[in-house]
Design a protein around this ligand. Structure first.
Ligand SMILES: [Zn+2]
Length: 218
């Protein structure tokens, strides 16, 4: 996903309603026999429930640094992006509010062809990962530990992320990706349901370099 334009969707709905009205008006069908021409139905069609989208902000996903998507072990490709902080429904998890954050920091994870060894199709989300980003400011050496990112889902699918605060700077971002083996089992028996692959044992390390954050979004 790059841009969500709710306004565009709203326009599309209005356009469809207008078309219905135009067709109704031109049909020439006697009003008494056609519910669509009774006068009440067109009014309903022309006033769909007002979507929350009329004031919805677009999202402009930006790459974290200049490294691009990175391979992580045999089964994963990961990418890091950021955009404006977003509101999230988070149950009992303590998550920073969008209003208290500088950005939404997101790690997209997708399985590779090699993940067939653990039963996955390519381009799938891998659940139960614990991903910990460590940011090092390249001039000052200051290290920022973002903690463990949480799984969540948006219109473009599941990912790991959080709302974060970050001082402007030029950062190297190192991800540590723990094996999900303690939370996610594999069939391994002597039967046809077993997978041949095994999760990694040592945490995977992935680096996104030259993440320049000037404190301004979009
Ligand atoms: Zn997110």
């Amino acid at each position: 996903m790059t841009i969500i334009t709710k306004k565009g969707q709203w326009k599309a709905v209005v356009g469809a309603s207008a078309l219905v009205l135009a067709l109704t008006a031109c049909s020439g069908t006697p009003a008494a026999t056609t519910p669509a021409a009774t006068g009440t139905t067109p009014a309903t069609a022309a006033a769909p429930e007002k979507p929350a989208g009329t004031n919805v902000a677009g999202i402009n996903e930006l790459p974290v640094g200049d490294s691009g998507p990175q391979a992580a072990g045999e089964f994963l490709e990961v990418n890091a992006v950021y955009f404006q902080a977003v509101d999230m429904k988070h149950g009992s998890m303590a998550m920073p509010a969008a209003s208290d954050s500088d950005m939404h920091f997101e790690i997209d994870v997708k399985t590779t062809a090699g993940a067939s060894a653990i039963g996955f199709e390519p381009d799938q989300f891998l659940p139960y990962l614990k991903i910990n980003p460590k940011l090092t400011e390249k001039n000052t050496g200051e290290v920022v530990d973002l903690g463990t990112l949480m799984p969540m889902i948006a219109v473009d699918g599941p990912h790991y992320g959080n709302n974060i605060k970050l001082k402007p700077g030029l950062y190297t971002v190192e991800l540590t990706i723990q094996s999900p083996a303690d939370d996610f089992m594999l069939h391994t028996g002597n039967d046809t349901s077993a997978v041949s692959g095994r999760f990694w044992t040592e945490p995977l390390k992935v680096t996104f370099d030259n993440f320049e954050w000037d404190g301004q979004l979009l």
